[in-house]
Design a binder for this molecule. Structure first.
Ligand SMILES: *Cc1c(COP(=O)(O)O)cnc(C)c1O
Length: 466
């Protein structure tokens, strides 16, 4: 399988190179040259398979040329063996039409584990082959940092430096990062905001000498391998609810557009997806883009759903490319315009292509609270605020009553106990597997938010390229 860039001028690469590169050299994002296609019989044959076997069948075409089916199975077995539920991503029924797909049974309690546990395995495998070394540098406001650290802790070919804004992540989130004491993990609390942390990371990637010397790599959801891993659970859930005979709709709490784009990919591969509902909070750039073509950046408003407090969705570019007719040169110009003016209009082709399958909804704080209450009262389910945004959008959407609607439950409620308790009166307990978090020793550096201080700290500890 070859991959092409959304901006049309980077060379096509195989899966191994795309995984290690992250961003394409022309600033675009990689996508398969063409979508693999599954027949109704191939989809039917997935019924009853375990999560790992489903993952192997769904991902084999994407990794062709870089991994054999047996190698892929070995990596998936290792990645998904770390989940606490036998089904990895179990379905829960709420009423005659509404379902939850629980994606939070991984080590750090958010859906990011599904992709990052596999990405950690892929990195290690590919780096061993090349006898190369990576330095992962990232900024986090919470979930991505802990999931990435857990996925690479103790791996010999990778060092990870994770920046977080001091005092501005929750105690659970900080401890999930800082109590990982593996020698290749470096947590840095910066004296600044999340935006400052992100700007520092960007500056390091833009310093070509520094980036080359330490072979810098990112783990945010622009990495194709992360999206690929997320395609699997759409198949797994839909087959359990009657696909290919019966179509299924999904509602996805959305920030960077990675998770919902994986659903779009599943549909392109032949899975009968009746509708994909893009659920946003009041940071609604995606809802405005999908409902009237207006992709213009607003001010970020802090909400009870921090992982969706985003005003630019990096993976949206992949949808614009594919739904808009795959014209990389035109898209490069459109994106350059957006980077300059922070606003753009979708073309008619992009809007029509998206509208074939995507709808959207903007859910405010009241809608979120009502959905948490409804899940608890109607079905005895305690859900987290992000999942509640998805569920509120699912219940509002116009979907044929014969079509099941699956809301992706993206975080464990124990990650956001205060908001959950306020809505339902129930304080969710932390699951046993992370229960001793508050007894463990923490280690992290505290540094000023300056380029000089951060790069000096990293240069002293990172492994230069062989
Ligand atoms: C990251 C995250 C999201 C948003 O997912 P995207 O792929 O960025 O759209 C939603 N909910 C939770 C809990 C998350 O951690």
């Amino acid at each position: 399988m070859q991959y092409v860039s959304t901006r049309g001028s980077a060379p096509a690469l195989g899966f191994e190179d795309v995984t290690l590169a992250g961003l394409a050299s022309d600033g675009g994002l990689y996508l398969p040259e063409q979508w693999p296609s599954f027949s109704a019989d191939q989809i039917r044959a997935l019924s009853g398979l375990s999560y790992v076997e489903t993952a192997v069948r769904v991902m084999t075409p994407f990794v062709a040329g870089s991994l054999s089916e047996d190698e892929l199975r070995e990596l998936c077995t290792a990645a998904y063996g770390r989940f606490s539920h036998q089904a990895v991503t179990p379905l829960v029924q709420l009423d005659h039409q509404q379902w939850l797909l629980e994606l939070f049974h991984g080590p750090t309690l958010a859906f990011k584990d599904v992709a990052l546990q596999l990405l950690g395995q892929l990195f290690e495998r590919f780096l061993s082959r090349r006898d190369d070394h990576l330095t992962i540098v990232g900024a986090t406001s919470g979930d991505t940092g802990s999931a990435a650290i857990d996925a690479v802790a103790g791996r010999s070919k990778i060092d990870i430096f994770m920046l977080h804004p001091e005092g501005r992540v929750s105690d659970v989130q900080r401890r999930q990062m800082t109590t990982v004491l593996a020698p290749n993990v470096y947590n840095i609390a910066i004296d600044g905001s999340f935006d400052d942390a992100q700007a520092l990371v960007k500056a390091m990637f833009n310093d070509a000498d520094f980036a080359r010397r330490f072979n810098l790599s990112a783990v945010n959801s622009i990495n194709w391998a992360r999206l690929m891993a997320q395609v699997v659970y759409y198949f797994y859930a839909a087959v359990r609810l009657g696909a290919p005979e019966r179509p299924v709709a999904f509602s996805v709490p959305t920030g960077n557009f990675g998770d919902v784009f994986a659903g779009y990919v599943a549909a392109q591969m032949g899975l009968p997806v009746a509708q994909l509902i893009v659920a946003t909070n009041v940071n609604d750039i995606l809802h405005r883009a999908l409902s009237d073509g207006d992709y213009s950046q607003g001010q970020v408003v802090a909400t009870a759903t921090p992982s969706m407090d985003i005003q630019v969705s990096s993976n949206f570019e992949r949808l614009l490319f594919d739904a808009g007719g795959r014209d990389g040169v035109a898209l490069a110009a459109q994106m350059k315009g957006f980077e300059g003016s922070k606003a753009m209009r979708l073309t008619n082709a992009q809007r029509d292509g998206a509208a074939k399958i995507l709808s959207s909804a903007r859910i405010d704080a009241d809608g979120m609270t009502m959905a948490m209450r409804w899940a608890f009262d109607a079905a005895g389910q305690v859900i987290d605020p992000h999942s509640a945004i998805g569920l509120a959008a699912a219940r509002e959407a116009k979907v044929d009553p014969s079509v099941p609607v699956v809301t992706l439950a993206t975080a464990h409620p124990a990650k956001f106990p205060t908001a959950v308790e306020r809505a339902t009166g129930v304080r969710p307990g932390v699951p046993g597997r992370v229960g001793d978090l508050f007894a463990r020793e923490e280690a992290y550096a505290k540094l000023p938010a300056t380029f000089e201080a951060i790069t000096a700290y990293i240069a002293e500890r990172a492994t230069p390229r062989p």
